[in-house]
Design a protein around this ligand. Sequence first.
Ligand code: C5P
Length: 400
Amino acid sequence: MVSLNGKNIVVGVTGSIAVFKAAILVRLLTGEGANVKVVMTPLAKEFITPLTMATVSKNPILVDFFNPENGEWNSHVSLGEWADAYLIAPATANTIAKMAGGIADNLLLTTYLSAKCPVFIAPAMDLDMYAHTATQDNIARLKTYGNHIIEPGVGELASGLVGKGRMAEPVDIVGYLNEYFCKCTTLTGKKIMVTAGGTIEAIDPVRFISNHSSGKMGVAIAEELASRGAEVTLIKGNITVPVTDRRIKIIEALSAEGMYKACTEIFPNTDAAVMCAAVADYTPSEVSGEKIKKDESNWLLPLKRTKDIAGELGKLKQGRLLVGFALETTDEDRNALRKLKEKNLDFILLNSLRDEGAGFGHDTNKIAILHQNGSRQDYPVAAKKDLAKNIADTIENYLL
Ligand code: C5P
């Protein structure tokens, strides 16, 4: 079991009565073998002394942008680079709001804005503050930025009231991080390319041909693979969802031709490729430099075939794993098996537009995994994020 041993963790401490738990938390983290540096907001110092936090973390405490004694600069950038994880515990409503709004008026916040590592936030506040729409909106926004929220517990609060808002217990926070880092290592060292979204095929400077792909499934797969430690490159067509995991390298390739170029360049340096993009099969034979004027007659637009990217990669793959999708409306199994063979894929993810809750734009999907050796697994309708876990498990079975 992989642990926090040797991990560099920055603990951000804010001005909440729950700060007494932060001392225990830091003690537990160092006990696990983690290297801990503590950043405190100015108000946090009123709740617990820097001496206590410095003693338990075995490192000097950082509060100011510079050391007032000698002017030495406390670099939030190098702190963010040093960290394997940034844990903000306790996180007050005020700090959460500032993080959501990109405010950077103390060292804890500037470190947050420059951190490239995963960020974990353990809120702590009174129940009404926690339940307030503003706080809930801020937390929801922080989640969309890819931060991990460690939910507060229900119980007696400093105010004497009882409700949700108590910072999670230090032992549970350490458990959360342990689980994250444990999960994080299964694909460490593997380079995986994922294509996602629809392509956009220009007709003229104004018009284009595209499709309904949202990119949700591809992004969910990319994020799941990155969360397991893979070095993920996302070749991104036209997508409607944010990519929140900052570890994912994004290359935008909006047209089928652009995506072909990006994929054939990157694929040789990968261990696997997951082809989720809905690549246009046809593109205008010529792109007009000027807006095409309408007249009274019908318009026949000449189209030419695009390159089959997955098919090309299938020819180049050597030992690499190649995974494709088949979105079908009829004769699903036969079409998917044909694509599996023709494109030289290792396995194909079949989804049918005839299934309820499957296909474009939905948060759910229904897939079957068909393998070269003839075996298959069928999954019930599930959230795309959960199916991404099944797909990542299957990729692990091939790669490990
Ligand atoms: O042949 P079809 O488009 O149905 O195949 C779907 C699979 O092939 C998907 O994995 C898709 O990403 C990939 N594909 C591709 N390049 C194309 C067309 C499809 O990579 N031009």
